[in-house]
Design a protein around this ligand. Sequence first.
Ligand code: UD1
Ligand code: UDP
Length: 380
Amino acid sequence: MKKVMVLYGTRPEAIKVAPLIKALEESDALTPVVVSTGQHREMLDQVNKWFVVEPDADLDVMKPGQSLTELSARIMERLPQVLDEHRPDAVVVQGDTTTVAMGAITCFYKEIPVVHLEAGLRSGNIYSPFPEEANRRLAGQVTALHLAPTTMSRDNLLAEGIDPGIVAVVGNTVIDALNWTAEKPVEFSDQRLRDEAAAGRDMVLLTTHRRENWGEPMADIAAAVAELAARYPETLFVFPAHKNPTVREVIFPAIKDFPNVVIVEPLDYPEFVHAQKWAKLVLTDSGGVQEEAPSFGKPVLVLRENTERPEAVTAGTVKLIGTARQTIVDEASRLLDDAEAYAAMSNAVNPYGDGRAAERSVAAIAELLGVGQRIDEFEG
Ligand code: UD1
Ligand code: UDP
């Protein structure tokens, strides 16, 4: 059996590697070694618990208010020991976080092949999203196998001169995870959410955490949500707050006193999936949420200037609106007031996957390691 290390550190990575870990566990040719950098703590542990994943090693690097450089240094300092101990045949990294960039470079220094899951996303602007656009480009430079979620992401890689032979279009494992989760019954652990959902109250779901939105853009987002909460007292505004104190300091004071605003701790993943199903409208700067909410046909207004996930924008369910207060208020109001505008955006689309991304990824990794063959590609 070839040993495949799956290295991850944050909430979205944990969600997106879980289906791959399960598929590796079922493989006859490959066996997983699960390693967490612990870039996130509570938000990562929540996800591991839901998917019943127990890391074989945890670098436990998270510190409150960590800077990019100290976080990077801790990962590079602690990972080599785990690589030496487990001696994997390949290491999978997923996405675009500090864990990904530093993990990939460390493996390259150790001459271990890197597999990049969710490869080829590009916004075209190295400063936005920051530092994620650079992280995925850096990882791509030392990658032996690029697992692209869509044909568009494959084309981004080919346009950069990457050998087509080391790129496979597999779909995004976010949809595998979503399918697995969405079919299970779930109730909100928060009493207010449970009651409001049961009453069928109209709900707007908000998440924000992006580094390039820190400061003024995030203050604008908060002011816009406050204005919307005042304008639509019958609508509930739900904010599952990212653990990052920089986010909380800006958003909480602006919205916390409205009776129709509910601020909660990060929701367990199945509860957040449930919240997306309940929501009438989603306001977000998250990458993963841009991929998930469209499959429930929920209009998504993206609080960013650009996106590396243009597929759902093209499909019409996602709209990029930036962070200007007035624009957010106008765009959200239009969807809440105008049934026709709402209907035009609320199409259930799945441009990011068909639920078989993990299976295709395992086959492609097996081929890379000489113990199997690829299967059909995802055609989205
Ligand atoms: C990170 C990723 C970002 C990803 C996001 C997903 C980088 C540079 N950023 O951003 O790409 O979209 O995760 O959520 O890799 N914290 C906790 N508990 C937790 C998690 C975070 O307390 O479980 C707090 C800590 O104070 C920590 C801070 O949040 O220092 C920031 O965490 P960090 O991983 O550096 O950045 P994020 O903004 O979460
Ligand atoms: N999510 C969650 N609980 C929450 C908010 C989000 O489980 O309270 C999930 C969501 O379903 C998605 C992922 O977290 O799969 C997105 O993570 P995040 O927005 O932190 O990071 P990004 O995707 O922007 O990198």
